[in-house]
Each structure stands twice: as structure tokens, then as C-alpha cells.
Design a protein around this ligand. Structure first.
Ligand code: TLP
Length: 339
């Protein structure tokens, strides 16, 4: 099977398995796991933040950020197709007890003027706006890289209004590799950052959240409450370290493969590539073919290729570590055969 459903499907490499086997461990609830401590230090340094915390998943990291930044009843401004709003089971309202204020974006980017106009004024009837969430790269916008200028403008508005900014950077390293702008530069425009080790970076488990020392100390307590205080977790953190040491630059390969696939797909009758394909995600519209997205995905599976139903007329392909250029060629042949 050529699995293009997501970059979450990668299997750990031999080096990662060996690092897990050999990892020096301790009890991380006592902050005594040397491998976790090394991973957190390395992540904080890469992001230019005071401190970082290893969490079980991107979703857990985003939820902990909301719990740490906000008080119940407050309002969070976010983009209307953001992962936090669409794909996190309504956690912001259920766990952090905050109300979300979705704003439609262009290629995942909210208009700073609209963000500004959505901040609540002082009024006894209104919730208090406390947080703005942004996403880079933006998943539902097809892996779009958020312009640095957009992040800077939103952060400036946030600071002028005493608000915090959380960056869902599940694929922030893809943004770095595509734009040449460092994760540190992006992270300057957010008070907290979440990134995933388990997507294009190829680790089997885990995400990082980072911010000030004071923020992370409080976040650690929320992580404990959510059941994320783990013990000899260095065996999982070790592959995460390998991901950061060895796998950042190779994301460029995934982007090349995504372009190859997108160019090939664009040449197939009836298929329309919906996004600009800046990183590793390709969204195609199949309305002009004989298929629904569901039957398209089923037919592809029969040919040995896995893709994901995305929207009403669209499906998503994601390139990653375990996909070669031969796989891309085979996937294109499979699509050609089924349309
Ligand atoms: N995205 C997954 C699915 O949940 C849709 C995927 O296959 O793309 N933020 C962003 C922008 C994400 O894309 C994801 C995962 C997360 C957060 C959550 O990460 P995990 O899966 O580790 O909870």
C-alpha cells in the first residue's frame, strides 16, 4: 500500500528504534528523565522560547495551551477552518470552557483588521477576549504557509489589546523548509507554540509546547490533570530527538514529491488541484470525474493507494518520509486508471 492519507502514518526508522531501546530514562513526573529533558531543551532552543514541554499529541498540546492561557467563559479568536476548531472534538469548549470566535481566512490567514474588529470591548454582556490562535502551516488550506507579515500583524494587535497568541505549528518545520524563515522567527510572534514530532518529522509519538518558563510551569500541571504526566517516557522522547536532529531538512523531499504529484494530477482529465501546494499536502477536486470522494478513495485503495476524503468534493494526499518518487509515479498511474 502507498499510504498518502497523512504524514502521521510514518513508521519509526531503525535509528529511532535503536535510540528508543538505548534511551536513558527516569521518572518524568519528577522531571528526572534525562532524555525528555534533552528533548525539551533542544525544542525550546530551536523555537527561541524559555521552556518546552513534551506532550502526547498535537491535540493535547493545543488543549493545554487553551487551559493555560484562558479562564472559563473567555473568548478565543481563531480561523474558521483551523484544526483546533474543526478537528479537536470541541475540546476548547469542553475542556477549557471557552467560547470560540471563528473568522474565515484566506489560505488559512485571518485578516488582521477582522481580528482587531472581533476583539470584545468592555461591556457587561460580553465575554472577555483572551487568546488568538493561528495555524502554520495550515492543514485545511492545503499546507499553506502563513506569511510572516500576517503573523506579525496579528501579534501586534494582540499585544496592543493585552491578548495572548497561540501558534498551532503542528507542521511549523514544513513552513521553515518551504519559506526559508526559521521556526524561531515565526515563534517570535506567538506566546506559545505547539509543534508535532509525529508528522513529517517522523517520530512515532509526541508533540512539544513551548513558551515562557512561567507558562510551561502552569502547562505542566494541566498536562498532569489530563493524564499526560508520564513516567519513563524517554523511550518515546528519544525518537523525537532523532526527528529534530536528522529529519528537519529532509522535509524538502516531501515538498518536491508533493509538487510532482500535484503536477501529475493536474494533467489528468477531470481532476482539479485546489491548493497552491507549498508544502506536503495536495487537495484535489473530483467533482468532474465519475466518482464521489468516497468512491474515488475506495477505487484508489483497490489499486494500492490510500488517500483521505477531505471535503464535499475533495480528497487529500499527504507526502512523507515513507513515500518515494516511484510511489508518486505509481499513485499517478492508479489515479489515471480510475478516472
Ligand atoms: N492533523 C491530522 C488529523 O487530525 C486531521 C492530519 O492527519 O492532518 N494541528 C494540526 C494543524 C494538525 O494537522 C493536527 C493533526 C493536529 C494539530 C493534532 O495533532 P495530533 O494528531 O498529534 O493530535
Amino acid at each position: 500500500m502507498i499510504d498518502l492519507r497523512s504524514d502521521t502514518v510514518t513508521k519509526p526508522t531503525e535509528v529511532m528504534r535503536k535510540a528508543a531501546y538505548e534511551a536513558e530514562v527516569g521518572d518524568d513526573v519528577y522531571e528526572e528523565d534525562p532524555t525528555v529533558n534533552r528533548l525539551e531543551d533542544k525544542a525550546a532552543e530551536l523555537l527561541g522560547k524559555e521552556k518546552a514541554l513534551f506532550v502526547t499529541s498535537g491535540t493535547q498540546g493545543n488543549q493545554i495551551a487553551a487551559l493555560t492561557h484562558c479562564r472559563p467563559g473567555e473568548e478565543v479568536i481563531l480561523e474558521a477552518s483551523s484544526h483546533i476548531y474543526i478537528y479537536e472534538v470541541g475540546g476548547f469548549s469542553t475542556l477549557a470552557n471557552v467560547q470560540v470566535r471563528p473568522i474565515p481566512g484566506m489560505n488559512g490567514a485571518m485578516d488582521p483588521v477582522e481580528v482587531k474588529n472581533s476583539i470584545r470591548s468592555e461591556n457587561i454582556h460580553y465575554p472577555t477576549t483572551s487568546l488568538i490562535c493561528i495555524e502554520n502551516t495550515h492543514n485545511l488550506a492545503g499546507g499553506a504557509v502563513l506569511p510572516l507579515s500576517n503573523m506579525q500583524a496579528i501579534n501586534q494587535i494582540a499585544k496592543e489589546n493585552n491578548l495572548q497568541v497561540h501558534l498551532d505549528g503542528a507542521r511549523l518545520f514544513n513552513a521553515q523548509v518551504a519559506s526559508g524563515i526559521s521556526v524561531k522567527e515565526y515563534a517570535k510572534n506567538a506566546d506559545s507554540v505547539q509543534f508535532c514530532l509525529s508528522k513529517g518529522l517522523g517520530a512515532p509519538v509526541g508533540s512539544i509546547i513551548a513558551g515562557t518558563e512561567e507558562f510551561i510551569n502552569r502547562a505542566r500541571k494541566w498536562r498532569k490533570m489530563l493524564g499526560g504526566g508520564l513516567r519513563q517516557v524517554g523511550i518515546i522522547a528519544a525518537p523525537g530527538l532523532i526527528a529534530l536532529e536528522e529529519n528537519i531538512d529532509r522535509l524538502a523531499e516531501d515538498h518536491v514529491h508533493a509538487k510532482l504529484l500535484a503536477d501529475g494530477l493536474a494533467n489528468i482529465d477531470g481532476i482539479k488541484v485546489e491548493n497552491k501546494v507549498e508544502t506536503n499536502i495536495i487537495i484535489i477536486n473530483v467533482k468532474e470525474t465519475k466518482h464521489t470522494p468516497e468512491s474515488f478513495v475506495d477505487a484508489l485503495k483497490y489499486k494500492g493507494v490510500l488517500a483521505g476524503v477531505f471535503g464535499l468534493d475533495t480528497i487529500r494526499f499527504v507526502t512523507h518520509y515513507d513515500v518515494t518518487s516511484e510511489d508518486i509515479d505509481k499513485a499517478l498511474v492508479a489515479v489515471q486508471e480510475i478516472v
